[in-house]
Ligand binder design. Structure first.
Ligand code: GTP
Length: 419
């Protein structure tokens, strides 16, 4: 029997995802029309021996989270629970804090997934790989390019046995192009013993000197994976399928494109088709069944349209996520943007962001998880994001900007954060 744990973080996380994460926990943000964690649950459900999914985070239980869990339980027919940390326990502390719940029923191993990633995870193959190293631990890895690898956990493995020889979290100097995907399978007893030792060390440090952190906090990279690699009990399974971390909103557009592309294989029924009386569809587009789109609108490629969205005549949308209840009036144009819940875009207006794609000339390039501002203090060119309930008048251009919720824009803006 196997269980899955999804680490969903909490309200102080997802800062690079603002203002969208102010409104909704980042793990519930829709990619390809469905919340990020929905895709994780769907991927986990493919493992035949999976008996339970536990979400661990420090969000206060909310209506949106409870509703999501209830619906997912029913749809996937698997028990799903949310366990809330009393305070942030770091990228692994929650696993130790709730160890009794995880160990209940004596699972042979448990899968851990970070919520801020998206991919075509080969979980069934990963479980098979893990079983070959019974009693040990496994990590899913992928390839990054040399320039970007230092943004991730990097590992060096024995090419024949796949034993991880060395693991460094976000190394300052080059270690390897093989990076951590944020997906693991652990053997419960051995992992909990190791984490118990980390917490003992934290208590010991606290007794010797004022300890700034939380004693129950455990870091997945530095405390767990590096130690497992040193003890020779961690094995890496390399995936070559699509994988991306979702740190900022720009990477959500990239993930959206890849998830829509995955639908060709997994859910072709979710992709909009051209037809009489239908809008003109270019490439991959998802349209919620409750959305109303004028037949002269042109959508795609890589557009997700949420529930109750209304799109007027002659509107043009590409590389964009339209969140629930947004209204696009006639002839507006939306490119490389996320349009927040219940926003309204006026006639002939243009909302446009910059592409945040990985460099196509570099193999294994990934979207940068850059911060909002460059070294020169200026806003880094990125997608345009409109927070909830933003109204844009007709014939206005908003380019490369982030607009906080509940704003009315009657003039054009460029490269600004509109507070
Ligand atoms: P950055 O690259 O700086 O964002 O850090 P990271 O990738 O090392 O860690 P990150 O903070 O992105 O967290 C990795 C995963 O752990 C994500 O899925 C987070 O939601 C989750 N996480 C982070 N901190 C906590 C925490 O205190 N509690 C729980 N339950 N999850 C957490």
């Amino acid at each position: 029997m196997i269980k899955a744990v999804i680490l969903i973080g909490g309200p102080m996380k997802g800062t690079r995802f603002r203002p969208l994460s102010l409104e909704l926990p980042k793990p519930l943000f829709p990619i390809g029309g469905f919340p990020v964690v929905y895709h994780h649950i769907e991927a986990c459900k493919k493992i035949p021996e999976l008996k339970e999914i536990i979400l661990i985070g420090f969000y206060q239980s909310s209506e949106s989270l409870s509703k999501f869990i209830l619906n997912a339980q029913q749809q996937f027919n698997i028990p799903i629970r949310y366990l809330q940390e009393f305070q942030p326990l770091g990228t692994a502390g929650g696993i130790y804090h709730f160890r009794d719940q995880i160990a209940m029923g004596d699972p042979e191993g448990f899968l851990v997934l970070n919520a801020d990633i998206m991919g075509d995870y080969p979980l069934v193959e990963f479980v098979e790989f893990h079983r070959k190293h019974l009693g040990e631990h496994s990590i899913l890895s992928t390839e990054a390019n040399k320039k970007q690898a230092h943004n991730f956990g990097c590992l060096v493995e024995d090419p024949e046995t796949h034993k991880v020889l060395h693991y460094v979290e976000k190394p300052e100097t080059f270690v390897s192009e093989t990076i951590n995907c944020g997906i693991y399978i652990f053997s419960p007893a051995a992992l909990f013993k190791l984490m118990g030792e980390v917490i003992q060390r934290n208590y010991h440090k606290m007794s010797e000197e004022p300890f700034a952190g939380n004693v129950e906090s455990v870091r997945m990279g530095e405390d767990v994976l590096a130690t497992l690699a040193n003890s020779g009990s961690l094995y890496a399974f390399k995936s070559s399928s699509f994988w991306s971390s979702i740190k900022n909103a720009g990477s959500a557009i990239y993930a959206n494109r890849n998830v829509l592309s995955m639908y060709h294989k997994t859910h072709p029924d979710l992709l909009a088709q051209n037809g009489k009386g239908q809008p003109h569809i270019r490439g991959d587009v998802y349209i919620h069944s409750s959305a109303v789109v004028h037949p002269t609108a042109v959508l795609g490629p890589n557009v997700s349209v949420g529930s109750n969205v209304v799109i007027g005549a002659g509107a043009r949308v590409r590389e964009t996520i339209l969140l629930d209840g947004a209204e696009l009036k006639d002839h507006c144009c939306i490119l490389y943007s996320i349009i927040g819940w219940n926003c309204s875009i006026g006639m002939w207006s243009r909302v446009e962001g910059s592409r945040c794609d990985p460099n196509p000339n570099e193999e294994f390039s990934r979207p940068d998880g850059e911060s909002l501002f460059g070294d020169d203090g200026k806003l880094t060119p990125s997608i345009t994001i409109l927070g909830r309930n933003v109204t844009i008048s007709g014939e206005v251009i908003v380019r490369n900007s982030i607009v906080l919720p509940h704003k009315d824009l009657g003039q054009s803006y460029k490269n600004e954060i509109i507070l």
